[in-house]
Design a protein around this ligand. Structure first.
Ligand code: SAM
Length: 263
């Protein structure tokens, strides 16, 4: 008997209605290049393999590998990678140049760094469907003016279209987590609507702006003051606003203007 491990964020899905709803939302096709992160005991793996015979999974817990192998041995295109998804090179999973469809009921303790890790693979990923803490999904999908709007919203929406699909209650898992969960769909843009000339600059700027989110931009962005003054009217941003009032487009245009100053 496998005992759920807290340190691996193991909350196994047991609600078949929710499992079906998730798989319908993913809408896997036989030819898809599907990748599941954290298959656990196979709650999602089984219906995914029914729909799409090719499936690669990445699981950290060694003790789950024999359980998965025994359950899915009859699928010849089922491949298990015993590894840490946070350090995994997802390009190594690409076959025939096909962009990956990544899915998973993610361990909540690593979900944010894992999403940033996955975003670094850009156009190698077609879409992602994840079960996350509901609060994190609210932050991913938040719009300007919303109290959940912050660095995670801006940086994720810079890379992807974000859709909050539906909520999942704690009773759908064993053991039940202490928080509500939700399913999110992330679709990386093949061509970004707005391009940052220096994505690292954008990330630092957004982080600085939200570090003191109650302050006006004029105060929160003191470290950029000289360049802001030098650019003058060339920047069409009202610095008496707060970071939470700027759209992703505003942040990108501000970053592009400021990054240009340093050249
Ligand atoms: N998919 C299963 C389900 O829905 O019942 C299990 C989900 S459970 C929330 C998270 C899974 O991710 C566990 O199987 C856990 O062992 C695995 N896991 C935890 N950390 C991981 C990591 N860094 N890389 C890959 N898998 C990890």
């Amino acid at each position: 008997m496998h005992k759920a491990r807290k340190r691996f964020g193991q909350n196994f899905l047991v609600d078949q209605t929710i499992i079906n709803h998730i798989v319908r939302s993913i809408y896997p096709k036989p030819d898809d290049a599907l990748v599941e992160i954290g298959p656990g005991k196979g709650a999602l793996t089984a219906p995914l393999l029914e729909a799409c015979k090719k499936l690669q999974v990445i699981e950290l817990d060694r003790d789950l590998i024999p359980i998965l192998l025994a359950q899915f041995v009859r699928y010849k295109d089922f491949k298990i990678h015993q590894a840490d998804a946070l350090k995994f090179d997802f390009t190594s999973l690409i076959q025939e140049d096909k962009a990956l469809r990544v899915v998973g009921n993610l361990p909540y303790n690593i979900s944010t760094p894992l999403i940033f890790h996955l975003l670094s693979f850009g156009d190698k990923i077609r879409d992602m469907h994840f079960m996350l803490q509901r609060e994190v999904v609210l932050r991913l999908a938040a719009q300007p003016g919303d109290k959940n709007y912050g660095k995670l919203s801006v940086m994720t929406q810079y890379h992807c279209a974000v859709s909050h699909l539906f909520d999942v209650p704690p009773e759908s898992f064993r053991p039940a987590p202490k928080v509500d969960s939700a399913i999110v769909r992330l679709e990386p843009y093949s061509e970004k609507p707005l391009v940052a000339t220096d994505p690292n600059h954008l990330e630092t700027l957004v982080g600085t702006a939200f570090q003191q989110r109650r302050k006006t931009l004029r105060n929160a962005l003191r470290s950029y003051e000289d360049d802001i003054v030098a650019l003058g009217d060339a920047i069409e941003i009202d610095f008496s606003l707060r970071a939470e009032n700027l759209s992703v487009a505003d942040f990108v245009s501000l970053s592009n203007a400021l990054a240009g100053c340093n050249n």
